[in-house]
Design a protein around this ligand. Sequence first.
Ligand SMILES: [Mg+2]
Length: 300
Amino acid sequence: MRPHHERLALAYEVLEGLSVGDAVGEALSYRYYDSRRLSGFQDIAAGTVRFTDDTEMAIALCESLSLLKSVDESALAWAFASRFKRDPDRGYGKMARRILEEIGVGSPWEKVSKHAFGSGSYGNGAAMRVAPLGAYFADDLADVVRQSTRSARVTHYHPEGIAGAVAVAVATAAGIRARGMTSTQAAELMWDSVLEHTPESRVRRMLEVARDLDEVPPEVAARELGNGAEVSAQDTVPFCVWNATRCLADYEEAILSAIEVGGDCDTNCAIIGGMVTAYAGRERIPGRWLEVREELPRKT
Ligand SMILES: [Mg+2]
């Protein structure tokens, strides 16, 4: 097992891929049809392309792992709520705002999360932030499942919300484990791991559909699998895993092709960016994108 500081370095490396995907996906989402032309970010000052709630929550998760080395739900709930309170205008969804506000005034996370939407949220918010956790626990996939489940439940108690987070965390962990393999071998390992570990759910059934899709254009895959337009885990995660595994050697193409299918662009690109970076490393993220993205807080 790798020591804590190495695992944390992997988590923060994946956070880079997640946050660049988030920021670039958000910035180009409004003109997604023209995103390739705009993706050079000409005349955009360094550090000015803002990331959104996906990155905010992923930072809270990384800081929590840095301190505690595992997921403690109450501590994580508090970390999410504190970041939200400090900077609420980051594109959080309506329900996320309500949950984080309630936790922030002292309501127990379990009560708040369990009753969101009646039976817990199945939004894509637990999946969007979880990739660094997958990197941190990559040495032990069973632990990835346990820890990602805990991290999801804090805000997404519904089994679909949890399944989406488990799938992304396991795919990310498999990406780390696949470093040094060819991208084809890595994609195989990611799919095998995800299907083995994702609990029975619609997320999992659509992941099976996704794996069996022939080489179709992304817009066809998105029509089949969803593109996050419903902001649910089921509607988001299968396409993201499909697109990431298809473009493991090419971060830029993974992000631009995801933006072109529309839907929840920042979250799709955050998830995909994290998974691709797990395998390909930070050096495959376009330098210009790293330069224009607002700075991440220093690693704690
Ligand atoms: Mg967002």
